[in-house]
Ligand binder design. Structure first.
Ligand code: 5GP
Ligand code: MG
Length: 200
């Protein structure tokens, strides 16, 4: 449409291009197939950020599996670090299942560490984790994902499922917003501030 605003104009730096995403997805799918291809795993996507990653990942997995979503917040006004608020829980049993948690980005590590513990407590046969992006510099708890797409520097990123104030999730690549688009123009947002990212 002529004159329609372009989201791409809001991006100052592309951090992970569409081609790099494609390569990461193929690599992740190959490792996951090798490890879980024979055990009918339960894939648990963490909403909202992982919706696009989950959709593109499962298209590359050619074996029987179940897909579920969960929505949890590990910090925000009503939670403290180390505590998880379940906004939407799974609708199935996990006891005896081989579970793979699929998340958009591993930051402090709180969300995935807590989710792993919860699913283990529910009796999962195994719990593995897969994240598209990893910011190792920001880790606050000892946690590493079993499958990592791309390691990125400590920048606040949007696109490919990730938002800033509910927007930019629909960009097909991962990037950083132009600084003047942040509410506090002098500082790139920290995901610890719930107002900045509507996810966990
Ligand atoms: P963690 O518990 O590892 O600190 O939190 C991870 C969650 O924080 C992610 O799933 C994501 O929702 C949010 N988050 C962390 N870093 C970023 C970022 O750079 N951009 C956006 N949009 N969200 C982020
Ligand atoms: Mg998330």
């Amino acid at each position: 449409m002529d004159g329609a605003p372009s989201l791409r104009d809001d991006i100052s730096d592309v951090i992970v291009s569409e081609q790099q995403l494609d390569e990461a997805l193929n690599r992740l799918a190959a490792s996951i197939t090798a490890d879980l291809g024979e055990c009918r795993p339960l894939l648990v996507g963490v909403l909202t950020g992982a919706f696009m990653f989950m959709a593109d990942l499962v298209r590359r997995l050619d074996f029987p599996l179940q897909i579920e979503f969960i929505c949890a917040r590990s910090y925000g006004e009503d939670t403290q670090a180390g505590e998880l608020t379940m906004v939407m829980d799974l609708s199935c049993e996990v006891a005896g299942r081989h579970v793979l948690i699929v998340d958009d980005i591993l930051d402090s590590g709180h969300t995935l560490a807590l989710l792993v513990r919860i699913l283990q407590q529910r009796g999962a046969a195994s719990v593995r984790t897969c994240c598209l992006l990893d910011k190792p510099a920001r880790r606050a708890v000892e946690f590493e994902a079993d499958y990592v797409g791309v390691r990125i520097p400590d920048r606040f990123v949007v696109g490919y499922g990730l938002d800033y104030a509910h927007h930019h999730r629909n960009l097909p690549f991962v990037g950083v917003l132009r600084p003047e688009l942040y509410r506090d123009q002098h500082q790139e947002p920290s995901p610890r501030h719930e107002v900045r990212s509507s996810d966990a």
